[in-house]
Write a protein that binds this ligand. Structure first.
Ligand code: NI
Length: 167
């Protein structure tokens, strides 16, 4: 297992669109393990393969308090969505920024696990929001892009300053 480097917004590679997984092999399972380990180490509640510069439709999420219930979603699709949620979100690719984004409050997801078994998952609240956030990454979309241009500009300036400070 390995802890992978997480791309930081506004890295252009975060805008690449992920491709569906077609082969469920050892390489995929290693990716899932590395994503999970990287998410826990960060620490975060979700991570998409896009964020580690692997452009395949793979995400991991864990919103449990004990951090022992990872959910692996390969080729996830939203089958149904209900309600409106505006939980404040953060992102490991946009450190220190928290903003509310309008999402569905409940979703039904169809996906595969890392072994190629298909399943459906009903999610609500934080888990539902987290899955929608990670699925956006697979489409090349970062949550701050829902915000106004002015807010986005401020966020980019703040991140550039953080980067200079840490350099
Ligand atoms: Ni994110």
């Amino acid at each position: 297992m390995a802890i992978l480097n997480i791309l930081r917004y506004p890295d252009l590679r975060l805008h690449k669109v992920a491709q569906p997984v077609t082969v469920f092999d050892a390489t995929l399972r290693t990716l899932v393990q590395d994503l999970t380990e990287t998410m826990y180490a960060a620490p975060g509640v979700g991570l998409a393969a896009t964020q580690v510069d692997v452009h395949k439709e793979v995400i991991v999420v864990d919103v449990s308090d004990r951090r022992d219930s990872p959910v692996v979603l390969v080729n996830p699709e939203i089958v149904e969505a209900f309600g409106v949620s505006d939980i404040e979100e953060g992102c490991l690719s946009v450190p220190g920024i928290y903003e509310a984004v309008e999402r569905a409050e409940r979703v039904r997801i169809r996906a595969f696990d890392q072994f190629g078994k298909s399943f459906t998952l009903e999610a609500q609240g934080l888990l539902a929001v987290c899955i929608q956030h990670e699925m956006d990454h697979l489409k090349g979309k970062v949550f701050v892009e829902y915000l106004s241009p002015l807010k986005q500009q401020r966020i980019r300036a703040k991140l550039a300053k953080q980067l200079r400070k840490s350099a």
